[in-house]
Design a protein around this ligand. Sequence first.
Ligand SMILES: NC(=O)c1ccc[n+]([C@@H]2O[C@H](COP(=O)([O-])OP(=O)(O)OC[C@H]3O[C@@H](n4cnc5c(N)ncnc54)[C@H](OP(=O)(O)O)[C@@H]3O)[C@@H](O)[C@H]2O)c1
Length: 225
Amino acid sequence: MGVAVVTGANRGLGAEWVAQLLEDGFEVYAGYRSDPGRLEMLACPTLTIHQIDVQDVESIESFAKSAPSKIDVLVNNAGVADGRWRNLTEIDDKWALEVMDINALGPVRVVQALYEKLNHQELAKVAMISSLMASIEDCHMGRSYAYRASKTALNMFTVAMKKEALEDNISFVILHPGWVKTSMGGDRAPLEVIESVRGMRGVVQDLRLEDSGSFIQYDGERLPW
Ligand SMILES: NC(=O)c1ccc[n+]([C@@H]2O[C@H](COP(=O)([O-])OP(=O)(O)OC[C@H]3O[C@@H](n4cnc5c(N)ncnc54)[C@H](OP(=O)(O)O)[C@@H]3O)[C@@H](O)[C@H]2O)c1
């Protein structure tokens, strides 16, 4: 049985990742920041839940200690939007840095803490849940300043880290879930959570070491940087 870890798993896309990985027969370790939420409804012998705040190194390390020694799939899903600012004069350092800390550095901290458990004989896969809004080429609308910048930074952290990880048989994929109906995506989003996660799971399933660092949409389409 494969072992999978999902962060930000109490609601939205993260909770659906947990549900589908359990259906696939994975033993799943799911992180929630403060409220287990949907994870309580998913309770079963192959699901372990743990408090993980990706801004809090102690919570990540405590989880890493309790996790099994071999991890096959890590889904770095936890993230926040900004969307508070109407124009560039309103950007404030405090919230911008918080968004950067959660979306760009949070996943790096989780990879660092779990690295030794991802480093084993079989191919381990790390999905970084990014966004098309990270794309510099696709940034026609502007705004969402810190969210965009944080996901662009996440993409570069990933591409920069993947080079070392190739030697350790760890493959990264940078995923855009599509525009999805969650609390972040809102009701107008065209895509259902189930469909987005089903697509992303397919991409992760097909991921090879030589694909590491690709920026891919939930349906397999490659995205511009
Ligand atoms: N929905 C979309 O259209 C869309 C599009 C592109 C990319 N994405 C990305 O997909 C991922 C999931 O988004 P979603 O749509 O499912 O959003 P969501 O419903 O707002 O869920 C976000 C999740 O991240 C968790 N989280 C936030 N900060 C955290 C922290 N410091 N530590 C641990 N967990 C934290 C939240 O926990 P709490 O419940 O504690 O807040 C929640 O579980 C995000 O990375 C997002 O940027 C979403």
